[in-house]
Structure formats: C-alpha cells, structure tokens
Design a protein around this ligand. Sequence first.
Ligand SMILES: [Zn+2]
Length: 143
Amino acid sequence: MIVFDLRCDSGHVFEAWFASGSAYDDQAAAGQVACPLCGVTKVAKAVMAPSIAAKSNRSGNGPAPAAVKAMLRQMAEHQATALRDSEWVGSAFADRARSMHEGVEAVRPIHGQASLAEAKALVEEGVPVAPLPFPVVPPEKAN
Ligand SMILES: [Zn+2]
C-alpha cells in the first residue's frame, strides 16, 4: 500500500491509496483516478513535503523549499479556517455523515476519522466526503 498526495486539474489536493507506485501510474494513465471533490480524472502527484521538494531540487525541477513551505502554511491555515466551525466527531464520522445524508440528522460541518473501507462506502452511497489535506490531531489527544 502506498499513499500519494494528488492534485487535480482544478487545484484540489487529495490523498489516494494505491497498491504500488506503478499501480498509480497505470490507473492515472487509464483515467481511473478521479478527484473526490470535482471528479476530474486529470490528476498529478502533488509536491507536499519539503523533503520531496529538496529531492526534486537536486534534479533541477520542483518549487524551491521556501515556496513549498509557504504553500503548505497557506493550505494548513485554510484547513484550520474550514474546520473552525466544524465539529470533531472522531470515529463516529461515517455514521454521522450517513445519517445527515439520509436526513436523520440536521446537516452541519463535521470532521473525524474513517477507515478506507468506510470512506469508500460513503462515496459509493453518494455521501459527500473528502479527505483533509493535513492530518488533524483529535481533540482528546491534543490535551
Ligand atoms: Zn478537483
């Protein structure tokens, strides 16, 4: 299993899981990798970590580490803003998202944890969910 940070043609960054690096190449080339936010299948690996940028720099491509850091900071701030009014529901995320989708519960912003299987099931049921670009520290662990 390998996790890639991908960026779609519209600039959305998301995480995706693949069996291997070549599995990603095959699926992306076949248009089977779609952005969870807009469904665009034109995606590329996003340069996310400064260590990756440093490696890219040595071969003469990729943004400068300072630019990557600034971009990461901007994205982290954007996520923090987006989550400010969102309720942390922890491992109840899949259940809560589903009951909101089914109208059992009033729709409100939530974020939490879901397994890959849970996230996949939600997407297949048409529940709008998306992975966050940055890991969130659960409130109970932050204390
Ligand atoms: Zn997109």
